[in-house]
Design a protein around this ligand. Structure first.
Ligand code: PLP
Length: 386
């Protein structure tokens, strides 16, 4: 037989995040590796989704999503960041932020185009670029500030640079890009005529009074920015697969075309549940989200610090990178496996977030878990012998 897997298979790797989840299940451990929140879904969201099924909202929706959800996203965008979005022409509802980014890449990038990505990165961003035949170009951010300079940005530019990827708040570093940093990125993108993909899925997970600044709201950025977000995290519905992209109508038509081709539409009744949540939940819901997660962050960071796995305390999102160099092993995978065997707590080896061996001394812990699970994880970690 001469049949074989496609060449594309060689470009993409199984995510280390999934691998650690499999290892964790094998020993019935506590999984702080995957970003699956097991916190409660808001009741209005659940009820509206159930009601939608009973009301017969079960067929294909328009390729860009139900009008109710597009409207609710536009209202939310205005309410939180003062951004005007036309729900008829500038929103594509997709299968999560993941689906939205994939469709945007298919619509806007050509094979061989380079995309600048900050490192440590979220692996799905890289895999999406690679699968769509774009080439990631890395800019290394160093802890604890994860800062960058204009010189480093300029040095990454080539004749093939087409876009830059921003993730704020960021996975895995927890960096919340400040207004001056985003202004500098905006002038860079304008100067070099780049698309800006911005993944803002953690927009409501902000700590120590930090604010979220969407790049699309900066002068000159609206037409070149593809804002990607979703409700997986905000409503704890990672399995519902509801996300979206917002951008200029010049781009949405073709992004929508690919969305239709690959997903047809996001799940119809679940779109209704999310629409209801976006319209009904008060500011207090979002504030309490940040407050609750900040408490979780502090619990996990304090525990990591106490056992000698020094954390880089995140400003947003719900992950913490910690220095695990004191654990035995020749790389971060060995060290993470050692931790899993010793304590039954799974984390993601730092190498999953770097294109080279720079992440060897790091691991990522997810704290989007119910408090009793985090308490048990901390109890187990406290027994760690270094
Ligand atoms: N973007 C980032 C930065 C993430 O960390 C994740 C999930 O971990 C996603 C997107 C996935 O979002 P969705 O469930 O909407 O596809």
């Amino acid at each position: 037989m001469t049949l074989a897997l496609s060449k594309r298979k060689e470009w993409v790797l199984q995510s280390e995040i999934r691998n650690m989840s499999i290892e964790c299940d094998r020993i019935s451990g506590i999984n702080l590796s995957q970003g699956v929140c097991d916190t409660e879904v808001p009741i209005s969201v659940r009820q509206a989704a159930k009601a939608a099924i009973d009301a017969g909202i079960n067929i294909y929706t328009r390729y860009d999503g139900l009008a109710e959800l597009r409207q609710a996203i536009a209202v939310k965008q205005k309410r939180f960041v003062g951004m005007d979005v036309d729900p008829e022409r500038e929103i594509i509802v997709s299968a999560g932020a993941t689906g939205a980014l994939y469709c945007a890449c298919l619509a806007l990038l050509n094979p061989g185009d380079e995309v600048i990505v900050f490192e440590p990165y979220y692996g799905y961003h890289i895999s999406t670029f690679v699968a769509t035949q774009a080439i990631p170009v890395y800019i290394r951010l160093e802890p604890p500030d994860w800062a960058f300079t204009e010189e480093v940005l300029d040095a990454a530019i080539t004749a093939r640079t087409r876009a830059i990827m921003i993730n704020t708040p960021a996975n895995p570093s927890g960096k919340v890009f400040s207004a001056p940093e985003l202004e500098s990125l905006a002038s860079f993108a304008i100067r070099h005529d780049l698309f800006v993909f911005t993944d803002e899925i953690y927009e409501h997970f902000l700590y120590d009074g930090r604010r979220h600044f969407p790049p699309a709201t900066l002068p000159g950025m609206r037409e070149r920015t593809i804002t990607i977000s979703g409700l997986s995290k905000t409503f704890s519905i990672t399995g519902w697969r509801i996300g979206y992209c917002l951008c200029d109508s010049r781009w949405t038509q073709t992004i929508g075309y690919f969305n239709d081709l690959i997903y047809v539409c996001a799940p119809a009744p679940l779109q209704m549940g999310v629409a209801k949540g976006l319209m009904e939940l008060e500011k207090t819901y979002y504030d309490s989200l940040s407050q609750q997660y900040m408490e979780k962050r502090d619990m996990v960071c304090n525990c990591l610090g106490d056992v000698g796995l020094t954390p880089f305390v995140p400003q947003g999102a719900y992950y913490v990178l910690a220095n695990i160099s004191r654990l035995p092993g020749k790389n971060s995978k060995d060290r993470a496996m050692h931790l899993l065997r010793q304590t039954g707590v799974a984390c993601v080896p730092g190498e999953a977030f770097y294109h080279d061996s720079s992440g060897e001394s790091l691991a990522r812990f997810c704290f989007a878990k119910a408090n009793q699970i985090l308490t048990e994880a901390c109890r187990r970690l406290a027994n760690l012998k270094l």
